[in-house]
Ligand binder design. Structure first.
Ligand code: FMN
Length: 218
């Protein structure tokens, strides 16, 4: 198996010059800007425009990250769905402070979000679960997310077990261990790549229920 040398890693670089962020044209509400950027990312052909890196905090204080899909922005909150027994969910139950991060390389943009996560209402989880493809609904039952499993066969056996169990059901009930979290943002930074590495960084902070914004050095 061939692999890159350090020199080859070092040589990877590019310039950023697609766009600029001008404070005077930015909305007061950063959620509005996020929605615009998501839409532009989707239109730009990004195959996972709603994928965000979600970071939670382990008991030891060490961060832990993974990608989840943003499914909704509702009343200013970012909603994603997962297994409530997973590592991320357990970490959120212990420490509700999380970070979420989007990166759209073809737009030379990133958005960095800090906020507090909490479970959404059961009825909201039910609604989204019932909209998922049948196979995904079955997998939510079959996969003990983040647990050690003996092998792939185990997962496929579990999948078949639940598929057969619900074969004659009109609809598959949502497992109690699966549902949504809503992230209530308290800080949101919008980053646009700039020439000579002079990138634009506009950071919004929520204080007394009002968003204020500043420019950060790149
Ligand atoms: C593009 C992409 C989208 C994903 N979307 C989700 C998601 O919406 N929810 C989820 O629980 N896991 C999602 N995953 C899997 C997670 O990254 C992760 O492997 C899983 O949730 C277990 O994480 P944990 O053990 O840290 O809790 C996605 C992975 C990728 C690469």
């Amino acid at each position: 198996m061939s692999s890159w040398s350090d020199k080859e890693l070092e040589r990877v670089r590019r310039e950023y010059d697609l766009d600029q962020l001008d404070e005077s044209h930015l909305p007061d509400d950063p959620l509005l800007l996020l929605k615009v950027w998501l839409e532009v990312a989707a239109r730009s052909g990004n195959i996972d425009p709603t994928a965000m890196t979600l970071s939670t905090v382990e008991d030891s204080g060490t961060p832990s990250s993974r990608i989840v899909l943003l499914k909704k922005i509702d009343e200013g909150k970012l909603i994603f769905f997962t297994n409530f027994n997973s590592r991320k969910a357990r970490e959120i139950q212990n420490r509700s402070g999380v970070a979420a991060h989007f990166y759209w390389p073809e737009l030379e943009r990133q958005v960095k979000i800090a906020g507090i996560a909490q479970k959404v209402k059961d009825s909201d989880s039910d609604l989204y679960y019932s909209s998922r493809p049948l196979e995904s609904q079955i997998s939510a039952w079959a996969s003990p997310q983040s647990e050690v499993v003996p092998d792939r066969n185990y997962l496929e056996r579990e999948y078949r077990k639940y598929r057969d169990k619900f074969k004659s059901s009109q609809e598959i009930p949502r497992p109690a261990h699966w549902g949504g979290f809503a992230i209530d943002p308290i800080r949101m930074e919008f980053w646009q790549g700039g020439t000579y590495r002079l990138h634009d960084r506009i950071e919004y902070t929520l204080q007394n229920a009002k968003w204020s914004r500043v420019r950060l050095a790149p």
